[in-house]
Design a protein around this ligand. Structure first.
Ligand code: CUA
Length: 360
């Protein structure tokens, strides 16, 4: 066996600096994350909390980051120090390995201290986590807005509850809530496990078929916040988004009044013809439009589809062009979606789009 050539001391120290530089470079992507991508419709940012629930979670996250960051740096420093101190050799002088023969007192003490500190820090994190959980549960629900959210592959159904059944209404993929008032969400799943997550407002909660979960939130600042299904639920999991519009109490009341009302009567010929197309094609087998004969609940309620900002659970901005492309070929935008292509003569398609867009 050929004798190993000892590594010159200078070269191994350069290797230490190279390792440190590589680690520093490796951190750069984190900077990109901190700046955050531009998502178009609404903000989706756990760092810009707009309510007490998200604030509690952000505090816990910061504490966890501080502790884990400090541990990470301490381990790195110890690692670099060990490499720096390691026995070195040159071509003419073999390394001094006598330390390996001696019993090590110092390192044993360091390991013990490390174990004690790690245990204490983990304990701090457990306590902080329990306290955060308690704080999340302590949100007052006086005068809360009650919304039942059902997750489907791949869209969100929401039913606004009321003691008076005539005031209950359904929406899809866009929730409105009043600022400074708690919201109690009852969460259900229709098919597989999904997860409700609006980062600006609070944490995640799984929606599990056959079970009912609840989540309480409050928005303290008006704005449009994007939510995203946070549990892989099939092909279009990434396009299972929703918008939560937090607005003043007056705007919220005005919105609920509009949503409760049955669909507007068509005002123009094109819209009237569009309604006939809707009622005589496959649309009516899955969708509901209140005030008409369409009452199916397989797919999003379209009573006020024209008032929504996005189509297809956040996949497309709600414009005439997108709506007609979506109806003609949904699979092009969301392969695997349950909505089949609707083959219509161009004039019928345009009338249908006119009708649906008029449903404000
Ligand atoms: Cu629903 Cu992922």
């Amino acid at each position: 066996m050929p004798a190993q050539r000892p590594v010159p001391a200078r070269r191994s120290r350069i290797a230490v600096f190279k390792a440190a530089a590589a680690l520093a470079l490796g951190m750069l992507p984190l900077l990109g994350l901190a700046i955050g991508p531009d998502l178009g419709a609404g903000s989706q940012d756990a760092f810009r909390q707009v309510g007490p629930q998200a604030a509690h979670i952000l505090d816990l996250w910061r504490l966890t980051l501080a502790i884990c960051g400090a541990v990470f740096v301490a381990v790195l420093v110890a690692f670099l120090y060990a490499i720096w101190q390691a026995p070195r050799a040159t071509e003419s002088r073999p390394p001094d390995l006598s330390v390996l023969q001696r019993e090590e007192r110092g390192p044993r003490r360091s390991v013990l201290v490390g174990i004690v500190i790690s245990t204490l820090l983990l304990f701090v994190l457990i306590v902080a986590s329990v306290l955060t959980d308690r704080a999340l549960a302590a949100l007052s629900l006086r005068d809360a807005v009650l919304i039942e959210v059902t997750a489907h592959q791949w869209w969100w159904e929401a039913r606004y509850d009321d003691e008076d059944p005539s005031r209950v209404f359904n929406v899809a993929n866009e929730l409105h809530i009043p600022v400074n008032r708690p919201v109690l969400l009852t969460l259900k799943a229709d098919d597989v496990i999904h997860s409700f997550w609006v980062p600006n407002l609070g944490g995640k909660k799984d929606l599990i078929p056959g079970r009912t979960a609840t989540l309480q939130l409050r928005a303290d600042m008006p704005g449009t916040y994007r939510g995203q299904c946070a549990e892989f639920c099939g092909l279009q999991h990434a396009w299972m988004a929703m918008l939560v519009v937090a607005e003043s109490e007056d705007d919220y009341q005005a919105w609920t009044q509009r949503q409760r009302a049955p669909a507007a009567e068509p005002a123009e010929d094109a819209q009237r013809r569009g309604r006939d197309v809707f009622m005589s094609s496959t649309c009516v087998m899955c969708h509901a439009i209140s005030g008409t004969l369409a009452g199916a609940t397989r797919a999003p309620d379209l009573t006020h589809v024209g008032s929504r900002r996005m189509l297809a659970a956040g996949a497309l901005p709600n414009t005439r062009e997108h709506l007609s492309n979506w109806i003609a070929d949904p699979q092009q935008y969301k392969p695997g979606t349950n909505m089949p292509p609707v083959q219509l003569p161009e004039a019928d398609l345009q009338n249908l789009v006119s009708y649906l867009s008029s449903l404000q």
